[in-house]
Design a protein around this ligand. Sequence first.
Ligand SMILES: NC(=O)c1ccc[n+]([C@@H]2O[C@H](COP(=O)([O-])OP(=O)(O)OC[C@H]3O[C@@H](n4cnc5c(N)ncnc54)[C@H](OP(=O)(O)O)[C@@H]3O)[C@@H](O)[C@H]2O)c1
Length: 333
Amino acid sequence: MKAYRVHEYGESAQFVEDEVARPAVQPGHVLIETKATSLNPVDHKILTADLGINPELPAILHMDVAGVVVEVGAGVDDFQVGDEVYGCAGGLKGQAGNLNGALADFMLADANLIAKKPTTLGFAESAALPLVCITAWEGLFDRAKISQEDTLLVHAGVGGVGHIAIQLAKTRGLRVATTVSTQDKADIAKDLGADDVIFYRDENVPDYVQRLTGGKGFDVIFDTVGGDTLDKSLEAAAARGRVISIVGQSTHDLTNMHVKGLSLHLEFMLLPMITGERRADHGHILSVVARLADSGKLKPLLHEKRFRYAEANAAHALFASNQHTGKIVLENL
Ligand SMILES: NC(=O)c1ccc[n+]([C@@H]2O[C@H](COP(=O)([O-])OP(=O)(O)OC[C@H]3O[C@@H](n4cnc5c(N)ncnc54)[C@H](OP(=O)(O)O)[C@@H]3O)[C@@H](O)[C@H]2O)c1
């Protein structure tokens, strides 16, 4: 099969088209003929740096996949040959070794990590969903345990995770505010369901807390940016508020947490792939997400230009240039 592998990591790393052996199906796994993958920031970080979870070289990267099941391993009852599936199922090194990624003609995937894809979405749209949906789901529902009475602030409402967080929160009836940089992105965020928009470059925290919450602060803040923004999240939270961060490798003053009795949740969605534990949670989340998509309650935001697998280097160059709006998708054409 064809695989678009990297032979070194670092700023100048490139994907190279290689001919490699098709993986053999394993018990508990399915073999997926890949149709599409999407580019998540972690794929680019692995390409360009050592995250401690980089697969052994030469490596097949990219975590998200959508495709068709072509072989079913022993002990797998939920899938059969011909099923159209999606998942976040490889592209890193876990505790048990390499999990090969989606940038190849076939991908071996733990059946617990995948689900049948939404029937109303194509492979490209479906491949944009898994990693960001699982992250937003676990952050909002499993950790912060949001409820309809909560006010929610989502940082980066047009980002990969942010645009899904807005939509998932709206399925539970919350009032949602979100931060964006431009009017175009504000319009997209509103279209996704955001009730209030904050231009984060122009309005400071006390002003938008006053404008949108009467000075009380937000009950829940989903911070998909980190760094200085995490300090702003602690500042913008209401007393007893809950802050979820997905970017937490940083040092912060916890005074605002202390004086307001906040709780802080650090979400790390890669854990089931890394440790092998609780993988079925991800397949379950993706099954529910597929139903939400098919009922029109959740849609992916895709960057207008699509790439082919053979154009993986161009796709990553676009990501690094930060000129994209919506998720970057690559199709195996
Ligand atoms: N821990 C986990 O499990 C987990 C899971 C998924 C992702 N992540 C990490 O979370 C981060 C976001 O991922 P993603 O997929 O959402 O990334 P993304 O699609 O690249 O989105 C980044 C967004 O951040 C916005 N942004 C940049 N600076 C901002 C600021 N100061 N305030 C508000 N918005 C700002 C950008 O919008 P503008 O152009 O409007 O600035 C852009 O829309 C990445 O670092 C990723 O690696 C972690």
